[in-house]
Write a protein that binds this ligand. Structure first.
Ligand code: ATP
Ligand code: MG
Length: 381
């Protein structure tokens, strides 16, 4: 069991590449902690530093209060489970699980006992005599977990363990890993670039971009109060829509209409002027289903995606030139000038491509971001 603290940790490789800057957060004992971010943002590097495969350039990593920066990886007692499970094909499941114990010179009786304990926990008891070739992908992963488990590690570290599985197996394994972690109660740090995995598995999630931690929080916090435009755009699928906007007192003008400022923004309301407004697909509905304060507008539907339980429509909004003029004041605006938006509508609605629909945006679900820094204005009170 372990609490892991990263205190101002930075990493610069020998060739000068700076990969991580002043990373600070605490992973609580027993927590399922996710590191998520786009490719190349430094996730694996961070994991490698915690487990001891990469050195720390600056800052401290502490486990239960003890600095481990220079501790040999084998003395950290952390178990890394890689993407390729690396279980030995010529050994049985039982031999694979017991392998690290044999290396450590434990007695046969002790090895048998520990292997049985691990197998029981992982529901592998009936498979102990099998060879890996006759196991499913999920079972193989459990064997790899078992081999890590018998060492009784203080933490499990997993680097994209599901990325080479097909979509269906990935969903199944995701649920299995989540259940397993809860059963073990061992601290787990899990790296992924997939925001769905992060949202579904994490007790808490750290969002990383270009070596800088953007936000650490529960999936709910990240979704409902993203700290900045990056988190807002990265978490959620399809992603948040962004538009230029202008604040005038309690009025919020958008390219397709006007709304009263959302209540939760009243306390932190910045001065009048240009801001970036964001709204998630589910903040959009077909007109007539919302409140009178909501913002109704017409939109031409370009793409319709009907998925049975969900209906996504991609639409265009024509906006006047005056909105193009404020774009230069919004340097943080993602994909400047885009006018393609996505809404999530009631799937019983009949919508077709090319149709003009009357839509409605829930004013209480509008997010506002600083035009230059991209920070969420609701968090700046
Ligand atoms: N030994 C090294 N020397 C120099 N640069 C490196 C080294 N190892 C990694 N990098 C660089 O550090 C950055 C972060 O790499 P890292 O592997 O941590 O990314 P990642 O977030 O795990 O990406 P992915 O999702 O693609 O696995 C990348 O730009 C990579 O090219
Ligand atoms: Mg990686």
């Amino acid at each position: 069991m372990a609490e892991i603290v990263l205190d101002n940790v930075s990493k610069q490789f020998a060739d000068g590449t700076r990969v991580l800057r002043n990373t600070s957060f605490t992973i609580h004992d027993g927590e399922f902690f996710i590191l998520v971010g786009p490719s190349g943002c430094g996730k694996s590097t961070l994991l490698n530093m915690i487990v001891g495969l990469d050195s720390v350039s600056a800052g401290e990593i502490r486990v239960d209060g003890r600095v481990i920066n220079d501790l040999d990886p084998k003395n950290r007692n952390m178990a890394m489970v890689f993407q390729s499970y690396a279980i030995y094909p010529h050994m049985t499941v039982g031999e694979n699980i017991g392998f690290p114990l044999r290396l450590a010179g434990l007695s046969k009786a002790e090895i048998t006992r520990k292997v049985w304990d691990a197998a029981a926990l992982l529901e592998l008891t009936t498979l102990l005599e099998r060879k890996p070739a006759s196991l499913s992908g999920g079972q193989r992963q459990r064997v790899a977990m078992g081999r890590a488990l018998v060492r009784n590690p203080v933490a499990f570290l997993l680097d994209e363990p599901l990325s080479n599985l097909d979509a269906r197996l990935r969903v199944q394994m995701r649920a299995e890993i989540g259940r397993l972690q809860k059963r073990l109660g061992t601290t787990m740090i899990y790296v992924t670039h997939d925001q769905t995995e992060a949202m579904t598995l994490g007790d808490r999630v750290a969002v990383l971009n270009q070596g800088v931690v953007q936000q650490v929080g529960t999936p709910r916090e990240l979704y409902q109060t993203p700290a900045n435009l990056f988190v807002a755009g990265f978490i959620g699928s399809p992603g948040m829509n962004f538009v230029p906007a202008r604040l005038e007192g309690k009025r919020l003008a958008l390219p397709f209409g006007e709304a009263v400022l959302p209540d939760r923004l009243e306390k932190s309301r910045p001065g009048d002027g240009p801001v970036i407004a964001g709204f998630r697909p589910e903040a959009v509905s077909s007109a007539g289903q919302g409140h009178s304060h909501d913002l109704a507008f017409e939109a031409r539907i370009d793409v319709v995606e009907w998925l049975g339980a969900e209906l996504f429509v991609y639409f265009d909004i024509a906006w006047s030139e005056k909105w193009d003029l404020i774009l230069p004041h919004l340097s943080a605006m993602p994909e400047k000038g885009t006018t393609m938006f996505v809404g999530r509508l009631d799937p019983s609605l009949k919508v077709s491509k090319g149709q003009t629909l009357r839509l409605q945006l829930k004013r209480q679900d509008i997010h506002l971001f600083d035009g230059r820094t991209g920070r969420n204005l609701a968090m700046m009170a």
